[in-house]
Every structure is written in structure tokens, then in C-alpha cells.
Design a binder for this molecule. Structure first.
Ligand SMILES: [Zn+2]
Length: 166
């Protein structure tokens, strides 16, 4: 592996240990040219299989891009998007599968997005779950209203019960 400091083409592994309960391997490396040390992390590639059968590595920034569109104009910041993408990746990796269908990635997005912003959730769900009528929205909104409120702690986005006219 190339040295990130002096870009020497080679480096030496001086220590190797498993982390995250064996899900990753961390290697401590030393550069023979500049003598500096750095760490690499090795983990299995999580593959996402599209409906066409094509598979590609799971990509957090794709999750962020999809969710960002749904969050336009909503009080959701970049850190929250990154955190959501991380939650999605963690949830998928926790299943232990080496590859997942792309629709499962969508499903894994829905749950944390609902906690983050209900309007963005509805937008995302409408595309993702192919809402075809107002009734689909009404049903989803009824479910949102019916679920036990987890907003017991004060929210930064405004007082509880605030109605947004979006
Ligand atoms: Zn070096």
C-alpha cells in the first residue's frame, strides 16, 4: 500500500488486528522511505444488487444524495444526512449479508428517515413505494399520526404540534 505521506509505492505491515468483532481488520503500516506510520482498515465489500442483476459496492454518498433530494427545504443538515447514511449502512451490515437487493437499501432508509423528518419521509416513501393516489398518502399519514410519539424530548426543529403548511 502506498504511503499517504510521501507517496512511496510500498509500505510494511507492522501489526494486524481484528476490530468490530472480526468485521474489520486494522493494519498498522510503516513506510520504509519516510519512516512514518499509518493505519489501514480492511472490510468485506457490501454489494448492492440492482433489479437488473448488476451489483455494485454499497455507497453511502448515494444514500445521502437520494435522501437529500427528499429533504429539500426541510430543516435537515448535512451531518444528519451523513448520520442517516451511516445508520443505513450499519443496519444492512448487521444483517450479515454479503450482498443485498437495492430495494432493501430503500427500506433501510425509510425507518431512520421517518425519525428524522416526517415530510421528507413521505416524499421518499411516495417515490420509493410508488404511491399512486392521494389515498396512499392518507394511509401513510394516518400511520404516522397513529404511531406512539417518540418526540418526548424537546426537538430543535420547533415546538411540538407545529403545523407546517407544506
Ligand atoms: Zn512515506
Amino acid at each position: 500500500m502506498r504511503c499517504p505521506f510521501c507517496h512511496n509505492a510500498d509500505s510494511r505491515v507492522i501489526d494486524s488486528r481484528e476490530a468490530d468483532e472480526g468485521a474489520t481488520t486494522r493494519r498498522r503500516r510503516s513506510c520504509p522511505k519516510c519512516g512514518r506510520r499509518f493505519t489501514t482498515v480492511e472490510e468485506a465489500v457490501l454489494a448492492v444488487v440492482k433489479r437488473s442483476g448488476v451489483s455494485e459496492p454499497f455507497n453511502r454518498s448515494k444514500v445521502v444524495a437520494g435522501v437529500r433530494r427528499a429533504c429539500q427545504g426541510r430543516p435537515v443538515d448535512e451531518d444528519q444526512l451523513q448520520l442517516l447514511a451511516q445508520q443505513v449502512e450499519d443496519a444492512i451490515r448487521a444483517t450479515g449479508a454479503a450482498e443485498v437487493p437495492s430495494n432493501e437499501v430503500g427500506l433501510a432508509i425509510l425507518r431512520p428517515l421517518r425519525e428524522l423528518d416526517e415530510v421528507a419521509y413521505l416524499r421518499f416513501a411516495s417515490v420509493y413505494r410508488s404511491f399512486t393516489s392521494v389515498a396512499d398518502f392518507e394511509k401513510e399519514i394516518a400511520e404516522l399520526k397513529a404511531r406512539p410519539s417518540q418526540a418526548a424530548e424537546p426537538s430543535a426543529s420547533g415546538p411540538p404540534g407545529t403545523v407546517t403548511g407544506a
